[in-house]
Design a protein around this ligand. Structure first.
Ligand SMILES: Cc1ncc(COP(=O)(O)O)c(C=O)c1O
Length: 401
């Protein structure tokens, strides 16, 4: 039989079958290795482990077959070399960052990040001597002076949370590589691709080094698991996994099983979320009680041209700013019947949240302005419900304003 070129398979086939396109006896679904430790046949196994043989299973914080299978599947889906699965998106992000940065190093990031990441950068990393500088995504040329010989990481998200502003990935990579050459030092470019997902945006095609993602969101997709993933080169992931042994944010085998189940419908779900988001965004643009609809797929989005260039579709996140400021946003969220008033995103259920009360709490007025977050904003994570029901639901809730 001709050798299967797994990397050339479609995303859906990769996410359903991984590297198992061959006949074998066994379960159709992923077995859960719900164990913390592994039996040795005899002490030779322990000796082989002590001598560094990576094939000896010893302890689930180090490796677990259910977790490793999902890592392989995601590696294939994202066209990376290797992946490390974590207990949450924040565990993935923090471990990835700490695997490259030490005291005295600098990170250059865009200011508009998921609030948890932003606060980790602002409140925790400086305590360990790692400092953050911000680059305005609309003035990426500033990287020429923001990047110094101390810069280890350039970190960004696109689209950003919750304002759905875009960062020009190609430009950011080009400018960073230029500085890398000038200083003759490796700079790791890390993207949080949680919002777009690999279906809509392929960062490795633009030369990004590392993708981090909260698998709690679209990859998980059912609001029932917590997880995170880092995808990159074999060397990078080796270092991440070594540090993960110390920091301990390993994925749980049962969460890996749930994620495996979710990956099989990933493409179907996100395609429907893309379609629903576009239809809802278009419908909401027509309501007078809505000041602004932000969705990269709308021609009214200031970076729509860039969105078309670097995204194949525009994702399931829509942000609206309603009349009446935060009181208006509260009224609308409390009046919805189909959409659920809850934090998080990426699941089959449509969720709404008010950024000033959720992702962007504990930020000063200046910080909110820097992030472009206003009190009347509602972030909508569009699910896979019937689109007409969603449009009617928002119409009746906005009617209460
Ligand atoms: C874009 C983004 N990145 C990372 C995270 C953190 O993921 P987790 O909550 O799984 O730790 C979130 C959570 O909302 C997110 O929205």
């Amino acid at each position: 039989m001709k050798k299967i070129k797994y990397r050339e398979l479609s995303l859906a086939t990769k996410s359903i079958h991984g590297k198992h396109l061959h006949a074998f006896k066994g379960p159709v679904t992923l077995p859960i290795y719900q164990t913390s430790t592994y039996r040795f046949e005899n002490s030779n196994d322990a000796i082989r482990y002590a001598q560094g043989d990576p094939n000896v299973l010893v302890y689930t914080r180090y490796h677990n077959p259910s977790v490793n299978e999902v890592e392989d599947r995601i590696t294939l889906m994202e066209n990376g070399e290797a992946a490390a699965l974590f207990s949450s998106g924040m565990a993935a992000i923090s471990t990835a960052i700490l695997s490259v940065c030490k005291s005295g190093d600098e990170i250059v990031s865009t200011p508009a990040l998921y609030g948890g990441t932003y606060r980790f950068f602002r409140d925790t990393l400086p305590n360990y001597g790692i400092n953050i500088k911000h680059v305005d995504p609309l003035s990426l040329e500033d990287l020429a002076y923001l990047i110094t010989p101390k810069t280890k990481v350039v970190y960004f998200e696109t689209p950003t949370n919750p304002t759905l502003a875009l960062v020009d990935i190609e430009k950011l990579v080009k400018l960073t590589r230029k500085m890398e050459k000038e200083f003759r030092k490796k700079i790791t470019i890390i993207i949080d691709n949680t919002f777009a997902t690999i279906l809509n945006q392929k960062p490795f095609d633009f030369g990004v080094d590392v993708i981090v993602e909260s698998t709690t969101k679209y990859l998980g997709g059912h609001a029932d698991l917590m997880g995170g993933v880092v995808v990159g080169s074999k060397k990078f992931i080796h270092n991440v996994k070594e540090l993960a042994k110390h920091l301990g944010g390993c994925a749980d085998p049962f969460a890996a099983f749930l994620l495996d189940r979710s990956l099989k419908t990933f493409e179907l779900r996100v395609q429907r979320q893309n379609q629903n988001a576009m239809a809802l965004a278009k419908a909401l643009e027509k309501y007078p009680k809505v000041n602004r609809v932000i969705y990269p797929g709308l021609p009214s989005h200031p970076q729509h041209k860039l969105a078309k260039k670097q995204m194949s579709d525009f994702g399931g996140m829509v942000t609206v700013e309603v009349k009446g400021g935060v009181k208006g946003a509260v009224k609308v969220c409390d009046s919805l019947k189909v959409a659920i008033n809850a934090m998080s995103l990426g699941g089959v259920e449509t969720l709404v949240s008010i950024p000033v009360y959720s992702s962007h709490v504990k930020m000063s007025k200046e910080e909110l302005a820097k992030h472009g977050v206003t009190p009347g904003m509602i972030r909508i994570s569009v699910g896979v419900e019937g689109i007409q029901d969603l449009i009617e639901d928002f119409k009746q809730a906005l009617g209460k304003l």
